[in-house]
Design a protein around this ligand. Structure first.
Ligand code: F6R
Length: 241
């Protein structure tokens, strides 16, 4: 595990964008695993800026997103499909057909999870997986529990996740209770994993995840065992380490 200590959110975002753009420049057909949420927005913004300057392009890149809320269609404002278009895909030259996100409208969970794992397999797995860190240590929507779940699965969101994500919705009741998420094995099989974490509010969980025992109670802690894991965190997020 490697830690890149950034000064603040913007510096963290540039450092992570450097790693992603190097990946795409060296391997234009890379499969990128992508995340939503506040943490990677600055990274996407930086990549868009470099794309507009002609320094990197995404024509041949393929992407698989970590997760999607069950029940939200791709055109719903709070869906992760919408988030990805608004914050990244619509601003670069990646063909829409190269991007993959679980289908939140598929009510048949078994079918949707098997379909998504087949998509990841058909792409040959993930070359670089970008992650954020949930307030309870979740990665994707792999919530704390008694064991790690390997493949894509339907998950009941933890109360802490619903509380953290209600900022994106009008009312807490509007936050979907379930999501489809890539599993821990899907994430651990990525060739390279890069996590972006910012802010004092994440300092405790960063300490527990990366300086404590590996346990499904803190799902991100499994990344300590990944062969090529880079944590890009700002000073505030690392203040308890
Ligand atoms: C999002 C995702 C989540 C977030 C995590 C942190 O696709 O998989 O694990 O990365 O909840 O969210 P933020 O960055 O908003 O603090």
């Amino acid at each position: 595990m490697e830690i890149i200590r950034a000064r603040d959110y913007d510096h963290m975002s540039r450092q992570a964008a450097n790693i992603l753009s190097a990946q795409v420049i060296l391997h234009p057909e890379s499969v990128l695993g992508l995340a939503t949420g506040s943490s990677p927005i600055g990274t996407y913004r930086q990549l868009i800026d470099w794309y507009k300057k002609g320094d990197v392009d995404f024509r041949r890149v393929r992407t698989v997103n970590l997760d999607e809320y069950v029940g939200l269609a791709a055109d719903h404002e709070q869906s992760y499909a919408h988030f990805m278009r608004a914050n990244f895909f619509d601003h670069v030259d990646i063909p829409a057909g190269n991007t993959h996100i679980p289908d939140g409208t598929n009510a048949d969970a078994e079918h949707e999870c098997a379909r998504y794992d087949a998509v990841i397999r058909a792409l040959g797995g993930v070359d670089l997986q970008l992650l954020g860190l949930g307030p309870n240590g979740h990665i994707g929507f792999n919530e704390p529990g008694d064991s790690f779940t390997k493949g894509t699965h339907k998950v009941l969101l933890a109360e802490a996740t619903i509380r953290a994500n209600k900022r994106f919705f009008k009312r807490e009741e509007d936050v979907p209770r379930c999501a489809y998420t890539m599993g821990i094995l899907d994430i651990m099989q990525a060739e390279r994993v890069v996590m972006v974490v910012s802010g004092e509010g994440k300092a405790d969980i960063v300490h527990r995840a990366f300086f404590g025992p590996v346990t499904p109670r803190v799902p991100a802690s499994i990344l300590q065992l990944h062969k090529n894991f880079t944590l890009v965190a700002d000073e505030a997020a690392l203040s308890k380490c």
